[in-house]
Design a protein around this ligand. Sequence first.
Ligand code: KG4
Ligand code: ZN
Length: 335
Amino acid sequence: MTLILGIETSCDETAAAIVDENYLVRSSIIESSLDLHRDFGGVVPELAGRAHLSTIGPVVRRALEGAGLDPLQPAIDGIAVTSGPGLIGSLLVGLSAAKAYALGWSLPFVGVHHLEGHLFAPLLETPDMEWPVLTLLVSGGHSALVLHTSPGVHRVIGETIDDAAGEAYDKVARWLGLGYPGGPVIDQLASRGNPSALTLPKSMWNETLDFSFSGLKTAVVRATEKNPDLALEDVAASFQAAVVEQLLRKTRQALEEHEVRGVALAGGVAANSALRRGLTELGAQYQLATYLPSLVMCTDNAAMIAAAGLYRLRHDGPSAHELSASPNWQLAALS
Ligand code: KG4
Ligand code: ZN
């Protein structure tokens, strides 16, 4: 039985996991330095890097012990580590640790694209997915529509031309004084607000499969400057309705243009309640298998990195020991 240790440190989560060749998660440990960043309205790279440095060792040890392995000489077959995109200092902590473990235990290691990791998340909960699958990948740093013919074989068919969906949530939340991360709090407020309270622009009302969220964010700022008495719930509900409407409209358009058997959500914004409801309805309408990862699988974790690493190790072989972190690595470069 092949066992892979996954390591993820691209942003504020320090995570390690053990996944087997059948995509069964044997253990998954996630530590977040979120509390250090809350007051700053976003992740502070310097603080995140330092936190990873003190957390990575214990997190890997807990993941190995959680899977019933000897933490000093584990019987595993390889190590997968996020090598980009992400914060350079944070990526380097995970990458250096992975290289050290690989050398110490004489194991192959492979650098994994963080977003390819997110794409593997649905598979960890539903190993018998029906392919091809259209994945709406929405996170704090990226928003894309990805066409997937089988695990690891994918093509980006649409992406954001400015802010990512999660980034727009975070920026609007910061403007409204709601702290970081913005997605969960706006999602919660939105459930009690009126989605028609604000008239927001219909961004990207065009034929492309690309997204744009920067104009929406600016429109929310303008509307609340003009009318400071607007209820937060109404602002949140109107903003969320506009974001979700755009995401679903583009997904529908992609389904019209491409023949698939399943539709999946991935990335941190996949935790959004309105988006989950909307995608479920869309999947039913097109009679597709719909894959919505659990909330813990939507946000950053190392099980998804181990899963992608399993594929990459088999498909491309191990990375060279000289591999460096790629903070701006494009997903399309993998296709
Ligand atoms: O994938 P992720 O954990 O980190 C990145 O790789 O970026 O995504 C984090 C993003 C943040 O922008 C956060 O605000 C957003 O996911 N998010 C949400 C929700 N929960 C997290 N956005 C909308 N609704 C949510 N419920
Ligand atoms: Zn992520």
